[in-house]
Design a protein around this ligand. Structure first.
Ligand SMILES: [Zn+2]
Length: 268
């Protein structure tokens, strides 16, 4: 059964940062502390002792990403995150404060609840602005568009989120060519079946995300935004992934054909 809420958990690991989706019900349990707040057009940033500079920067950057991610995915907005509909970013004082108060594990750098448009996190020395923020907003914006009940595979969710972290595009092709050489590449139908939450092998996890971001790059960059928006709309209508692929990318009849096309693209 599909849960009503998705929770996105960020994992810190060998790869600098990795990200997971938990398909579990996440009841928001924000503590009752006296939060201070900074408001921008589409966001309210709550904080306690975090530096104000950081908070201001977080609101500014969130606004930039709100605009750029929506545009880049080709999504046209009809419901703007204004007034009561603003997204909320809770910034805990530090990692310990975040972990103790949210009960999140030590490897988690942040969590997003897309239904409530809430992100909980803490200031990081690195990675916050170029990783966490675009990644989490990518998830929320994508899921807001396709809906919770769509048949999108998890790797597509993760690929879209990772695609927002621009620096990750470096070396993607080299890594994939290596995987092909070593006969390790995971076919897309296998990728769709995998529950990455339970994968222990870090190389496999790394490859999973590398493939996900590469396929999204292929779908958006190579074919253009219009096709991608069509795919998302078909998913929103709860078509199967094969049907959605066929309808929006006429050159592929199903996931296997997408896999073959993507392979050619990597090898080009
Ligand atoms: Zn993620």
């Amino acid at each position: 059964m599909k849960p009503q809420r998705y929770r996105y958990v960020i994992r810190i690991s060998f790869f600098a940062l990795l990200y997971l989706i938990c398909f579990c019900k996440a009841l928001l349990a924000l503590d009752k502390r006296d939060w201070r707040e900074q408001k921008s057009d589409h966001f309210i940033v709550y904080y306690a002792d975090a530096k104000e500079d950081f908070v201001t920067q977080a609101a500014l950057k969130a606004e930039e990403y709100y605009k750029s991610i929506t545009e880049e995915l080709g999504f046209t907005r009809y419901n703007f995150w204004l007034w009561d509909n603003r997204a909320k970013i809770y910034i805990y004082n530090d990692a310990e404060d975040y972990q103790v108060r949210t009960g999140k594990p030590s490897w988690s750098g942040g969590v997003a609840y897309y239904h409530e448009k809430v992100i909980e996190t803490y200031p990081w020395a690195q990675g916050f602005f170029q990783s966490l923020l675009p990644h989490e907003l990518g998830h929320i914006i994508f899921r807001e568009f396709i809906g919770a009940e769509s048949n999108a595979p998890v790797w597509l969710d993760e690929g879209v989120a990772m695609y927002q972290e621009k620096y990750r595009m470096k070396n993607i092709r080299t890594k994939l060519l290596e995987a092909i050489d070593q006969n390790k590449l995971i076919p897309l139908n296998k990728l769709s079946e995998m529950n990455i939450m339970f994968v222990k092998d870090k190389d496999v996890v790394d490859l999973y995300y590398t493939e996900a971001i590469s396929v999204v790059d292929y779908l958006i960059t190579h074919f253009g935004k219009d096709n991608f928006v069509r795919l998302c709309k078909a998913l929103k209508e709860r078509k199967t992934f094969d049907q959605a692929i066929e309808e929006s990318y006429k050159v592929f009849k199903n996931l296997d054909e997408l896999h073959k096309g993507w392979l050619r693209y990597i090898k080009e």
